[in-house]
Design a protein around this ligand. Structure first.
Ligand SMILES: Cc1ncc(C[n+]2csc(CCOP(=O)(O)OP(=O)(O)O)c2C)c(N)n1
Ligand SMILES: [Mg+2]
Length: 739
């Protein structure tokens, strides 16, 4: 697509006739645009004053970005289109309908701040009724989510029935999601010039181009990222030039200090998206008349002359001059308008300063869904095994963990049209014609866990993503924000790290930071773990404690087929984000196979299983260490008569403290065993809790068995030496029993 450049001189030229339109905007609309721009600037000035008076605690200005913001707001529709703005988008938010009072409430950290209830800094916008989605501080982490949001709207357009909710089911997240969509909706996402250096930006551009999603990327290029100028940030100094090769896009490059030209650019971009041609890219040249933030002094790296040059393009004064030149308002009219704004802001500030701060008792609210409790007994259902399935009268075949995960995904997809599955290689075959003509059988995941799902449910619902883990989780987060249920796969735990920003700073915290206004209950299935004989450093990692360390994220780690089925169903039906860890070594083990337990079998989160009851010693473990610990316990019992109580935690966050405490009260000895490296591992927390809360009941120190504090090596002899083996567990149990 061609780039359209608008000459600002042309856009801002008119003959002052009443009834004249400026790129479709009436004179009244231009007055309104000026009022919003002026309001935005004056809110910044007020906040700066309030910060200096220590009445608010942070300030981030939108100064210089007012014209492009108002233009975007006027070209798009609040509560209809979707918005992922960044911190400079104050004028956009005002234009969409955010009250100045609400902006000041965020500044003072008020309990009734509608965007976060005192949890987020000011200029971190979140207003669900206007479809302004909760924003965070990492530069660019909103972009992939915006792609997911646009993708979600498109999916709902093609699957309108998916928006329906079941009328009553306390174990179904859909009851608590208000899903809406418009066939020609557009998603807006903005970022600064510096942020276009983030990898996630490029992943998002690629995904949007591939899917032809209706999304407008707006780069607000003020020439600086804090103190780093654009020519150091962006090769060649122009982001427009760098992105110009992306197919399916409509491109605009515009003087973002000119509200009329910017409006025209946005109108063209929006029309392109609404008509379904694909995404659009608006590169807006703006200025930053104030320093980066109140903590920055730009005089340290920008000489006066450069700052004065910028000031010539100040969008507020430029628009004021335009109003005068066009005879739209005279001096008196402008004075009157500005006086009205000042009076309105004075009232808003006074009211906000009286607002009550958020209450300390509220800090634990909304980490998880207040509506669906996956630990409750509602999620405890019994397996329904059809004993008569085989013709020869034999018991139904025992299924592997891989079989039952596949079956659970299939059952849930049948039941819930909101489920979409994507990730690397998860589809049967991206080139559908090969499947149609039966030229190939299909892959369905490197471990075949999703085999057959694309064939059964279609490419809309099960598809391969580009090889980009942040994009997998970020897009899923955007989809889930729209009420859909992405069940995505990270091919190997070892490669989850590119998605870390999305998981830690977005997925796990969206509900909390928006004070329950938004949620994103994604399920991330991850193949984890070693004992593979040759898996080496990059196909053997554990590291679950890094994720259990994140409030807001449920972490599940089953050790057998039946638990995997029951827990995966709970993960899918619940209303929280879940990291579902599947041990590769257990996928097809003969240990822990089970008959298909039916399409409604669920296990509540946070309920451990006593794998082997005992009296003398408690062993707490999970995952692939369970069968190894069982082997060790049975040997110890046989050889030494020591009776071990073996607990499989199954779910790591939340975890079943009651079962641990009851067992240790009985045995007075505790050993925590896990596959990850020993130090700072998951078992460290369990051991600390036991030492702290069960001290009086212990007859021995709390011990741990885990991997050595190194990496998993390729050579099997080394792997054996590094990972905890049945014999290590046996010796530790024996030693502790004797203590
Ligand atoms: C991932 C990440 N890295 C660093 C920062 C610190 N930081 C905040 S804003 C900023 C510069 C952003 O520049 P740009 O994208 O051009 O936006 P502008 O502030 O100029 O509008 C930096 C480095 C951050 N918030 N997030
Ligand atoms: Mg910048």
């Amino acid at each position: 697509m061609a780039t359209t450049k608008t000459d600002p001189k042309l856009a801002l030229t008119g003959n002052g006739k009443k009834g004249k339109l400026y790129e479709g905007l009436t004179r009244d609309q231009i007055i309104q645009a000026y009022r919003l721009m002026y309001t935005s600037r004056r809110i910044d000035d007020r906040e700066i004053l309030l910060k200096r008076q220590q009445k608010i605690f942070f300030q981030m200005s939108g100064a210089g970005h007012e014209a492009i913001g108002v233009a975007a707001g006027m070209a798009l529709k609040a509560g209809y289109d979707w918005f992922y703005p960044y911190y400079r988008d104050r004028a956009l938010c005002l234009c969409l309908g955010v009250e100045p009072y609400n902006m000041f409430l965020q500044g003072v950290g008020a309990a009734n701040d509608p965007s976060s209830g005192g949890r987020q800094m000011p200029s971190h916008w979140s207003y669900p009724d206007l479809h302004i989605v909760t924003q965070s501080s990492p530069t660019g982490s909103q972009i992939l989510q915006a792609v997911g949001c646009a993708e979600g709207g498109r999916y709902l357009m093609r699957h309108p029935k998916a928006a329906d909710s079941p009328s009553s089911d306390t174990t179904d997240y859909r009851r608590f999601k208000n899903v809406s969509f418009q066939n020609d909706e557009v998603t807006y996402v903005s970022l600064g010039d510096g942020t276009s250096s983030e990898g996630e930006f490029w992943e998002a551009m690629n995904a949007a181009a591939l899917g032809k999603f209706p999304i407008i990327f707006c780069v607000e290029d003020n020439g600086y990222a804090i103190s780093v100028p654009v020519e150091v940030q962006t090769a060649g100094g122009s982001i427009s030039r760098l992105v110009s090769g992306f197919p399916n896009f409509h491109f605009e490059e515009v003087d973002g200090t000119d509200p009329v030209a910017s409006y025209a650019a946005f109108r063209r971009a929006a029309t392109y998206c609404r008509e379904g041609h694909g995404p659009a890219f608006v590169h807006a040249h703006v200025i930053r008349p104030y320093s980066h933030s109140l903590s920055d002094d730009e005089r340290l790296y920008r000489p006066d002359a450069e700052r004065e040059r910028d000031a010539q393009r100040d969008p507020v004064t430029r628009t004021q001059m335009f109003l005068l030149r066009e005879g739209i308002l005279d001096d008196k009219g402008i004075n009157q308008l500005e006086k009205e704004v000042e009076a309105e802001l004075q009232v808003a500030v006074d009211r906000a300063l009286e607002a009550l701060p958020a209450a300390p008792e509220s800090v634990m609210n909304f980490i998880y869904s207040p509506d669906v409790d996956p630990t409750s007994s509602a999620f405890e259902t019994q397996p329904v095994v059809n004993e008569t399935t085989t013709a020869d009268g034999k018991k139904p075949a025992a299924k592997t963990m891989a079989d039952l995960i596949n079956a659970t995904l299939r059952d849930e997809m049948k039941r819930d049209e909101r489920i979409v599955i994507f990730g690397e290689d998860v589809a049967d075959c991206s080139r559908e014609e090969y499947l149609k003509h039966k030229l190939v059988k299909g892959k369905g995941g490197v471990f075949k866990l999703t085999f057959g799902l694309q064939c059964e449910f279609g490419t809309d619902r099960v598809f391969n993503s580009p090889l980009a883990e942040a994009a997998i989780v970020g897009r899923a987060t955007g989809l889930a924000t729209r009420g859909l249920k992405p069940v995505v796969e990270i091919q190997f735990f070892d490669y989850i790290w590119p998605a870390m920003m999305q998981i830690r700073d977005e997925l796990s915290v969206i509900r909390w930071r928006s004070n329950n206004s938004f949620s994103c209950p994604v399920v991330i299935r991850v193949a984890i773990g070693g004992y593979l004989t040759g898996g080496a450093i990059y196909h053997s990692q554990c590291g679950e404690s890094i994720f259990t360390h994140m409030p807001g994220l449920r972490v599940v780690f089953p050790s057998n087929a039946l638990d995997a089925a029951g827990l995966l169903r709970t993960a899918i039906r619940c209303d929280d984000p879940v990291l579902f860890l599947e041990h590769k070594r257990l996928y097809r083990e003969s240990y822990g196979r089970a008959a298909y337990p039916g399409a409604d079998y669920m296990i509540p989160f946070g309920k451990a299983k006593i794998v082997h009851p005992g009296e003398d010693l408690t062993v707490i473990t999970y995952g692939a260490v369970v069968p190894r610990a069982l082997q060790a316990a049975q040997k110890l019992e046989r050889e030494q008569g020591v009776s071990v109580e073996l607990i499989d935690l199954r779910c790591l966050n939340p975890f079943d403290w009651e079962t641990i405490a009851a067992s240790v009260a009985k045995t007075s000895r505790a050993l925590v065993a896990y596959e990850d490296t020993l130090s700072w591992g998951y078992g460290a927390e369990i051991a600390a809790r036991i030492a702290d809360q069960l001290f009086d009941q212990l007859d021995a120190p709390v011990r741990r068995v885990a991997a050595k504090d190194t990496f998993v090596a390729y050579q099997p002899i080394l792997e054996d030496a590094i990972l905890p083996q049945p014999n290590d567990l046996y010796l530790a149990m024996k030693d502790l029993a004797k203590y």
